[in-house]
Write a protein that binds this ligand. Structure first.
Ligand code: ATP
Ligand code: MG
Length: 323
């Protein structure tokens, strides 16, 4: 187990720039935690429901991944969470309906920036802490957070609310959420990025913001890492062979050499970005390979889950083996 094992916390936020692989990694952590026996709740916070779709596809496989029956899925939509919360504090339906229908409510929701995020993170808190004792309560909640800015807003809101309300119920509720988010024995953060200039710059900024918010130090995952398929010397051999070949063989060898060159370039520039990122990260960065496929499907998802599992949950070294 790693020093700060993100799968061993009750709550895991998977954050990162759009398109880097947050959903894929969130699914991977859900599967790994479930494989270890945890009751998992995989949460997504927007309407796209990509995480839910990925789980449906995995469940429909001929051999579904072990433990997937322990993974539940929940979409938390800020507006609905707000209405649910108001339903709890305004138990009289007639009054509640009047509130929803009033122009004041609409104006309030639009004018109060971050209210939806506050409700979303409040609901996450409830799933992690509020169900204690219930038979179905999850042991591990993974949140596929929205992309960078919006994701940070989600984590920032409880703090802003606690500061904005000096005393009273809202302050107490917000403070409870802040306490959960900052507690590294209950909460972990996994920051996903690709080894490209923009995502790495955004990640460096995001790490600084998370630190300011006093969030637990994130585990950093570099996803879609390219590897050079051969050495410079081997590449030279293919290129020389292409020069002396003719016809179809020449074309094939040239194409192979060009593809290998491109991959080598990707790998070199990725390595440069990885070094830049490492300067801002204390522990080792987890590297996951770029998987070539026409369509990223369940096979790729499971391969990537396996690669993440090799790092996060390697087989124990002290297992007794026969001599
Ligand atoms: N290691 C990988 N190798 C190849 N393709 C990958 C890898 N990881 C993710 N992908 C693919 O990259 C695309 C983006 O992945 P994913 O949807 O997980 O990212 P995301 O950060 O959740 O994106 P969004 O911001 O749209 O929610 C998907 O098509 C996914 O299948
Ligand atoms: Mg996503």
């Amino acid at each position: 187990m790693r020093e700060a094992d993100p799968l061993a916390r009750r709550l895991l936020f998977v954050v990162g720039k759009g398109g880097v692989g947050r959903t894929t990694i969130a699914v991977a952590t859900a599967l790994l935690a479930a494989r270890r026996g945890a009751r998992v709740l995989a949460v997504e916070t927007d309407g796209a429901a990509a995480l839910g779709r990925a789980l449906v596809v995995l469940r429909s496989q001929h051999h579904p991944p072990p433990g997937i029956e322990r993974v539940r899925h929940l979409v938390i939509e800020g507006q609905a969470a707000l209405e649910e919360y108001l339903g709890l504090i305004i138990p009289i339906r007639r009054v509640l309906r009047a509130v929803f229908e009033s122009g004041v409510y609409g104006a309030f929701v639009t004018a109060a920036p971050g209210l939806r995020e506050l409700m979303t993170v409040g609901k996450i808190w409830y799933e992690v802490e509020g169900r204690a004792g219930e038979a179905e309560a999850p042991d591990f909640v993974v949140v596929d957070a929205p992309a960078t800015g919006h994701g940070l807003q989600l984590l920032r809101m409880p703090q802003s609310a606690a500061e904005a309300f000096g005393v009273g119920l809202v302050r107490r509720e917000a403070q409870r959420i802040v306490n959960l988010l900052r507690d590294d024995s209950r909460t972990a953060v996994l920051a996903v990025t690709t080894a490209e200039e923009m995502p790495v710059s955004e990640t460096i900024e995001m790490l600084a913001t998370l630190k300011r918010l006093q969030m637990p130090t994130p585990t950093v995952v570099l996803n879609q890492v390219h590897r050079s398929p051969c050495s410079e010397a081997e590449l030279g051999v293919v290129e020389r062979a292409a020069q002396v070949a003719s016809g179809a063989s020449r074309m094939l060898l040239q194409t192979a050499a060009e593809l290998a060159r491109t991959e080598a370039r990707w790998a070199a520039s990725g390595e440069h970005q990885a070094e830049r990122l490492q300067e801002h990260v204390r522990g080792a960065i987890i590297r996951l390979p770029y998987l070539f496929s026409e369509e990223f499907g369940p096979i790729e998802q499971l391969k990537l889950t396996g690669a993440l599992g090799d790092v996060l949950c390697p087989p124990p070294a002290d297992v007794a083996r026969p001599l």
